[in-house]
Design a protein around this ligand. Structure first.
Ligand code: AMP
Length: 483
């Protein structure tokens, strides 16, 4: 990858895959591979709630189920019975831009000269449009608007004779963020991009007969549910092949500058996961402690915005000595469909999800802790809610720096125009969210909190500096170094 002329990041983006968040899972060598994939996806549900799918292999044929909706609603016992075999992959997906159709649900599968292959992908390819245009010019017919389909076409067209060879071929042509799990008739193959943007953990599951299954997941919370042990991460630039011959680890390319996504630790991953080899809970608590040190305020209570602000608020309270109070209660059962009132009810959306406990807030000077401000609309409603419940002062503390630039590597961030941090000073944002004070965690403190001692994280949403070239339509954004 070479540097090119810098162009404005404000270009509007007709790119279907900018906003996609996903979880992936894979298992090899377990008689209940389909059922365990279901459990793995259940633990990864927070990574995507739009659609989910599992593909399994019985050694002869790949079976696949993909549906819109939540994991627990899709995979009933009858559906799981359609997924026989000892190896399987799974995917859970959420996308706010582009099409939300079943055609884009994963795993995607294809039958080609290398046999039947299914794939599930977490991340975004930054050169997908260019590759897709080339492939379409050469006669490939696409069935979805998903960048993941590009990978299958590259695999199918490869002149390599073996599937691992064709995968290597395809992986060398794609750029951007990808943690991929592939399923063939008798193999599971996984791979991670050379920068290691998105996580992919590898584990081992001991069975009662002494045999072992190999498992892979976006987050280790999936292993905990299965009783599997975390062994290692699939490394940036690495491909792991699991088949009858055992487990083979190899680098399909030289690893690039490591650029793990900092936002996984700030917000996206579950706090009970180990991500990039580090405990997310520890990172968040440290973010809260450092936030208290950097931006103290004389107040009566520390209140988290649940669930995203909880662990950082615990850290803030511990460091400041100010009591922690869960004064906002979250309804965990808010689904996609609810009956909206016909007449206007103010702040209906946020009230559906959160309700304040008045006696904990009344007359109090409140430090409200949340993980991030994206558009600012939610924060504004929550600050109002806390004030309406009687708080005397509301001081908003955010456990990461201002989000100033979109993510091109698989996190759902809106365009720069919609990011309140991109166009406003902190004072202006404070005015907008109607807080008495507003402070963010400085970048250096975030680096300390996630123990990024070797500069191995990507902070592009906070700096606007992207570690790879990013192609958006006809526009190529320069690689501007990793923060
Ligand atoms: P807002 O500022 O109104 O856009 O909402 C920000 C809140 O949304 C944050 O406090 C997060 O808890 C949550 N959030 C941040 N990033 C994301 C994301 N990529 N997907 C879903 N929710 C997010």
């Amino acid at each position: 990858m070479s540097d090119t002329t810098t162009v404005s990041l404000e270009t509007e983006v007709p790119f279907d895959k900018l906003h996609e968040e996903c979880g992936v899972f894979a298992i090899y060598g377990h008689p209940e591979a389909g059922n365990l994939s279901y459990l793995g996806l259940y633990a990864l549900q927070h990574r995507g709630q739009e659609s989910a799918g599992i593909a399994s292999s019985d050694g002869k044929k790949i079976h696949s189920v993909r549906k819109m909706g939540h994991v627990a609603d899709i995979f009933t016992p009858d559906v799981l019975n359609q997924l026989p075999g000892e190896l399987a992959i799974g995917h859970t997906r959420y996308s706010t831009a582009g099409e939300t159709t079943l055609a884009n649900a994963q795993p995607l599968s294809v039958a080609c000269s290398k046999g039947q292959v299914a794939v599930a992908h977490n991340g975004n390819l930054t050169n997908a449009i260019e590759l897709r245009n080339d492939l379409e010019r050469d006669g490939s017919i696409f069935q979805s608007t998903s960048d993941t389909e590009v990978i299958l076409h590259l695999v199918a067209r490869s002149h390599e004779r073996t599937l691992p060879g064709a995968l290597r071929d395809a992986l060398l042509q794609i750029e951007g963020a990808f943690s991929l799990v592939f399923l063939a008739q008798n193999r599971v193959i996984v791979a991670r991009d050379p920068h290691g943007f998105r996580p992919l953990a590898m584990g081992r599951l001991e069975m009662s007969d002494g045999k072992q299954a190999t498992v892979f997941a976006s987050e280790t919370c999936a292993f905990d549910l299965l009783g599997a042990t975390y062994i290692d991460d699939v490394l940036p630039g690495e491909m792991v092949i699991v088949g009858p011959e055992g487990v083979t680890r190899e680098f399909y390319t030289r690893p690039g500058v490591t650029a793990h996504c900092a936002f996984e630790h700030v917000y996206f991953s579950r706090p009970d996961s180990v991500v990039f080899g580090k405990s997310v809970s520890e990172s968040r608590e440290r973010m809260g402690r450092l936030l208290a040190r950097e931006h103290p305020v004389d107040a009566d209570v520390v209140v988290p915005v649940p669930d995203s602000g909880v662990t950082a608020a615990i850290g803030y309270a511990a460091e400041s000595g100010i009591p922690y109070r869960q004064a906002l209660i979250r309804n965990h059962y808010v689904g996609r469909t609810f009956i909206e009132p016909s007449q206007e009810i103010r702040d209906f959306g946020v009230k559906l999800k959160l309700n304040p406990i008045r006696h904990l807030l009344e007359g109090k000077r409140v430090i409200l802790v949340d993980d991030s401000i994206i558009r600012g609309t939610t924060s504004r409603k929550i600050v109002r809610m806390v004030r309406n419940a009687g708080a005397r002062e509301v001081h908003l503390r955010i456990s990461c720096p201002p989000t100033v630039s979109p993510c091109y590597y698989g996190v759902d961030t809106p365009s720069k125009e919609e990011l309140i941090g991109a166009r406003n000073t902190i004072d202006q944002i404070r005015d907008y969210v109607e807080a008495d004070s507003l402070s963010y965690l400085p970048l250096e403190a975030l680096q300390t909190a996630i123990r990024d001692d070797n500069q191995e994280f990507c902070y592009s949403c906070y700096t606007g500096k992207y570690p790879t070239l990013v192609q958006i339509g006809e526009v190529v954004l320069a690689k501007t170094g990793c923060c």
